[in-house]
Design a protein around this ligand. Structure first.
Ligand SMILES: C[S@@+](CC[C@H](N)C(=O)[O-])C[C@H]1O[C@@H](n2cnc3c(N)ncnc32)[C@H](O)[C@@H]1O
Length: 321
């Protein structure tokens, strides 16, 4: 776990921004926005702790039937997401997409899929994303959701523009109130996405382009709970590795103690009773080291010696008669 995250298909990377807030260092891969192409991108293996990304969802969107003559701009790039994960071999990955998109599948990873609605976080915008969380051990994401939904309701912010500012809930569901590419509409979209209204003031995009990148982004509140859930689900990884190392170290010390005790007392320790008494005495040494605050090293040594004696007792009981 090195806190290094690779963000692919970043767009303006609202998702990556939330991972930064969570303490990760986020490195951004190529995007068509600045002439990059995922197809030319090959990450090194074993460098990134995590890979995050939202491949374009246009091909799976219900809105694709509205203007059938419009050609698909990007096509299905989920296989590219899978390839990059496979090359990078991270500890975990998160793929963000819409509900209708296929799940990613990468050899060696189990995928936990969850749907999250921005409204479950107490925000007004109705926006659902599917997050597919891949790990080798099948860890799962648990989100911190709000107790109550917002009494305000707003339709999903779309890349094609905002809803006409001031439109009622009923009107927001009608197509003719969609696609507002105005400065006022952009301001509204930024607020609904949980972003500062001046976020793109210095960005050299057209108004249409700004609507595009904001509508394509993961809502900031969703990205925040996602990053927190990933941190929670994966922080155990380090602890588990430490426990495994600790166990390995303990086993080595105990084996040393077992050999030392056998060499020194092997001829004297001829019955289980003798070994039981020896183990009780050693346990007294553990208590002494702890009660007299002799330090962790001394207490650990006494514990290892106790287990070493018990190990010899075990061998004696199970030794072939
Ligand atoms: C859904 S958006 C990602 C939004 C981002 N996750 C966020 O939170 O802001 C998908 C991005 O994929 C980019 N894209 C499309 N085709 C691409 C390609 N061939 N290589 C790299 N990026 C591509 C688009 O330009 C777009 O910015």
């Amino acid at each position: 776990m090195n806190n290094l995250v690779l963000s692919i298909f970043p767009g303006i990377d609202i998702m990556g921004r939330a991972f930064e807030e969570e303490g990760y260092c986020v490195v951004r891969g190529p995007d068509r926005l600045w002439g990059g192409d995922i197809k030319r991108f090959h990450p090194p293996a074993g460098v990134f702790e995590g890979v995050i990304g939202g491949p374009p969802c246009q091909q799976f969107s219900a809105l694709r039937f509205i203007n059938k003559s419009k050609p698909m701009k990007w096509g299905n790039l989920i296989p590219e997401f899978e390839r990059v994960v496979s090359e990078a071999q991270p500890d975990w990955f998160v793929m963000e997409n819409i509900k209708a998109a296929p799940l990613p599948s990468v050899d060696g990873y189990k995928v936990d899929r969850t749907l999250l609605n921005n409204r479950w976080l107490g925000c007004s915008q109705n926006r659902v994303h599917r997050f597919s969380f891949g790990t080798k051990n099948g860890a799962k994401l648990v989100y911190d959701v709000a107790l109550f939904e917002s009494p305000e309701w707003a339709a999903r912010v779309c890349a094609s523009g905002s809803q006409k500012p001031g439109a009622t809930r009923h009107e927001q569901n009608k197509l003719r109130f969609h696609g507002w590419k105005t400065a006022a509409g952009l301001r509204q979209s930024l607020i609904l996405q949980g972003l500062p209204v001046d976020l793109l003031d210095d960005a050299p995009f057209t108004l249409k382009g700004k609507h595009g990148v904001i509508g394509n982004a993961v809502a900031m509140p969703m990205a925040r709970v996602l990053a927190k859930a990933v941190r929670r689900a994966t922080s155990g990884f380090t602890e588990k590795k430490e426990v495994a190392n600790m166990n390995g170290t303990l086993i080595q010390i105990v084996e040393t103690e077992e050999r030392r005790g056998q060499a020194k007392w092997g001829r004297v320790d001829t019955s289980p009773t003798i070994l039981l008494n020896a183990a009780t005495e050693e346990l007294g040494e553990v208590a002494h080291a702890i009660n007299h605050e002799e330090g962790r090293d001394k207490a650990s040594q006494e514990i290892a010696e106790t287990i070493g004696v018990l190990s010899r007792l075990y061998n004696m009981l199970w030794a072939p008669q």
